[in-house]
Design a protein around this ligand. Structure first.
Ligand code: NI
Length: 259
């Protein structure tokens, strides 16, 4: 691929799975067709690391925020201090979004804390007018309640809901939907229906690297170049060319992240 068409809307290049060869890998991505990536923090420390990577590489941008899995390490009685720190990191010129944040009911994480952390960040993203990257794992009902209440601008990442929920998400605010490797999995039925239905001007592609590598790399460490496989699968589902899927999703990501 000569033209750089891959925009990875959500990944984690600070993850320890990249410790051995992070620089080598990141340096190789542009020649593999990668135009830009948005690497996400999951707490203050990893958000700072995401920004450090964004400073080092032109094509790397950062999202900063507190993930629901970081809730147990977050003293919510001092939530104001955490939010002030996130707000400060968001002023960095390569911080293009607040994230990732959201709700996770798959793991046994206290819900009350998750709700406080998520709601504060919904408000902050609206205040600073930056997109928010939302994680919703087995928490569709409560996630929808927040979307209805706040009508946010942002991204529902690694979307795992139904086509019906998708229609409601798109009515709620200024939301984009990103799809990753799961759409290529053999047992993917709902993700395929969703891939068919997302309006083309609302669709983004992501890896969630190092996780969720697409077929035929399932189970291996994922990196942004593998988005080509996800795009090819979506192109098949939507009867489009892979190049068009990459072009539209890149354009959408650039618009949403204001890059
Ligand atoms: Ni993620």
């Amino acid at each position: 691929m000569t033209e750089r068409l891959i925009f990875d809307a959500h990944c984690h290049y600070d993850d320890e799975k990249f410790d051995e060869d992070r620089d080598e890998l990141l340096s190789s991505l542009p020649e593999k067709g990668v135009f830009a990536v948005v690497t996400n923090g999951t707490d203050i420390e990893t958000s700072e690391r995401a920004l450090a990577l964004a400073e080092k590489y032109d094509f790397v941008y950062a999202a900063v925020g507190i993930h629901p899995e970081s809730a147990p390490d977050t003293d919510v009685s001092r939530i104001g201090e955490y939010i002030d720190k996130v707000a400060k990191l968001l002023t960095h010129k390569k911080a293009v979004a607040l994230g990732e944040t959201g709700l996770d009911y798959y793991w046994d994480i206290p819900k009350a804390e998750q709700h406080i952390i998520f709601e504060k960040q919904l408000r902050l993203a609206a205040d600073v007018k930056k997109p928010i990257i939302i994680h919703d794992r087995e928490a569709h009902g409560d996630t929808m309640d927040y979307l209805r209440r706040y009508s946010p601008f942002g991204l529902l990442h690694c979307y795992s809901g139904s086509p019906e929920m998708l229609r409601e998400v798109l009515r709620c605010g200024d939301m984009y939907i990103s799809l990753g490797g799961t759409v290529t999995f053999k047992n993917a039925r709902v993700p395929v229906e969703v891939a068919k239905e997302v309006p083309i001007d609302r669709l983004l592609l992501e890896t969630d690297a190092p996780y969720l590598a697409p077929v035929p790399f399932r189970g291996k460490r994922c990196d942004s170049s593998l988005i080509a496989c996800t795009a090819e699968r979506i192109a098949g589902i939507r009867s489009m060319t892979t190049e068009d899927v990459l072009k539209y999703t890149k354009e959408n990501a650039m618009r949403m992240y204001a890059i």
